[in-house]
Design a binder for this molecule. Structure first.
Ligand code: SIN
Length: 297
C-alpha cells in the first residue's frame, strides 16, 4: 500500500494506491512492485493502475514473467489492441504481440535489425488518424548494460514554453506520415503501396490530453511539416520545438532490468530506443503491445 501524493509532473488524486509504488523521477515514471501481471486483474486494480498511469505517465512493473498470450490478456484490460503497420522480412504482418529486437532473421545480433525510426523521438502511430494511447514493452532478453528507452515529457515541455511561443504554436497543425517517418530516420523510402496504405494525416501541434486536460507538444519523427508555413520556417520551428522537448529536464531514461514490464502514455510523451549497447554482439528482445487511442485535439 502506498500513500504517494501528486507528483509535479502529473495530476495525482491523492487517493492511496492498492500496491507498492515509488516515483522514479520528477519527469515521470513510477516503479510498481508486488503485482503479478500474469494473474487476472479485477476492475478495482485495473482502475488503480490507470490512475497511476495518468499520474506518472510511465509505469515500470518489476519482476514480471508473461508469455505472449498473457501479455495480450493483460493488455486488453486497457483497451483495444492495435495491429502494427509494418511487415516482417517475409512480408507477413506483425503478430498482435510482436517483438522489438536487434536480432536478425537467423537470430543473430545486428545493429541493422531494429526499425530505424525507433531511435528518434516519436509518439506511436501519430501517422494514423487515431494514434496509440498506450504502449507496453516486456523485457525478455537484455544486454548486460544499456539498450535503454528514453522518454520525453511533452506536457512539462509545453508548460515551460514562453507565452510568446505558446501563442505562436496555438492552432498550428502538422502533417504526420509513414513516408516522412522513413525519410526523417534515413530508412529506405516508403513504397508507393505503403504511401497508398498510409496516407498523411494532420494533427494539432498542441495536443490536449483527453483524460487530464493538460496540453503537450505533439510532434516527433513522423512529422513532415507544419501546415501554412514556408518550408524553411516549418523546419526551423519543428527543430526548435524538438530540441526543447529533448532537454534533460524533460526526459527520463529507462534502464531495463530483467522482468521489467513498462507501459507508457503516448498522448503526453515521446520515446526512443538508445543505441547504447554492443548491438553487433549483444541480444535485446522485448515483447510489445499497443492500445489504440482517440483522435488528437
Ligand atoms: C519503440 O519505439 O516502441 C521501441 C522502443 C525501444 O525499443 O526501446
Amino acid at each position: 500500500m502506498s500513500d504517494v501524493q501528486a507528483a509535479p509532473h502529473g495530476r495525482g488524486t491523492g487517493i492511496p494506491y492498492p500496491f507498492d509504488i515509488r516515483p522514479l523521477t520528477d519527469t515521470g515514471g513510477a516503479e510498481i512492485t508486488g503485482l503479478d501481471l500474469a494473474a487476472p486483474l479485477d476492475d478495482g486494480m485495473r482502475d488503480a493502475i490507470m490512475r497511476a498511469f495518468l499520474e506518472f505517465h510511465i509505469l515500470v512493473f518489476r519482476g514480471q514473467s508473461l508469455t505472449k498470450d498473457q501479455q495480450a490478456v493483460f493488455s486488453k484490460n486497457f483497451g483495444e489492441l492495435e495491429h502494427h503497420v509494418g511487415r516482417l522480412p517475409d512480408g507477413s504482418p506483425y503478430p498482435i504481440v510482436h517483438t522489438v529486437t536487434n536480432l536478425d532473421e537467423d537470430g543473430k545480433p545486428t545493429p541493422g535489425a531494429v526499425a530505424l525510426g525507433n531511435y528518434f523521438f516519436h509518439t506511436d502511430k501519430s501517422y494514423h488518424d487515431i494514434p496509440s494511447l498506450m504502449t507496453m514493452l516486456h523485457a525478455i532478453e537484455l544486454p548486460p548494460s544499456g539498450g535503454d528507452t528514453q522518454f520525453a515529457n511533452t506536457q512539462m515541455a509545453y508548460d515551460a514554453l514562453s507565452p510568446e511561443m505558446k501563442a505562436r504554436i496555438s492552432g498550428l497543425k502538422a502533417e504526420h506520415s509513414w513516408e516522412a517517418s522513413r525519410r526523417n530516420s534515413g530508412a529506405p523510402p516508403a513504397t508507393e503501396e505503403q504511401k497508398r496504405e498510409r496516407p498523411p494525416v494532420v494533427h494539432p501541434i498542441v495536443r490536449t490530453h483527453p483524460d487530464t486536460g493538460r496540453k503537450s507538444i505533439y510532434l516527433g519523427n513522423h512529422v513532415s511539416h507544419i501546415l501554412g508555413l514556408p518550408a524553411a520556417e516549418s523546419d526551423a520551428l519543428i527543430a526548435q520545438l524538438m530540441e526543447h522537448v529533448g532537454q534533460p529536464q524533460f526526459t527520463y531514461t529507462h534502464q531495463w532490468r530483467d522482468g521489467d514490464y513498462v507501459m507508457w502514455d503516448n498522448r503526453c510523451l515521446l520515446h526512443r530506443a538508445l543505441r547504447n549497447y554492443e548491438m553487433a554482439t549483444q541480444r535485446r528482445v522485448l515483447h510489445r503491445t499497443v492500445i489504440i487511442g482517440t483522435a488528437p485535439y
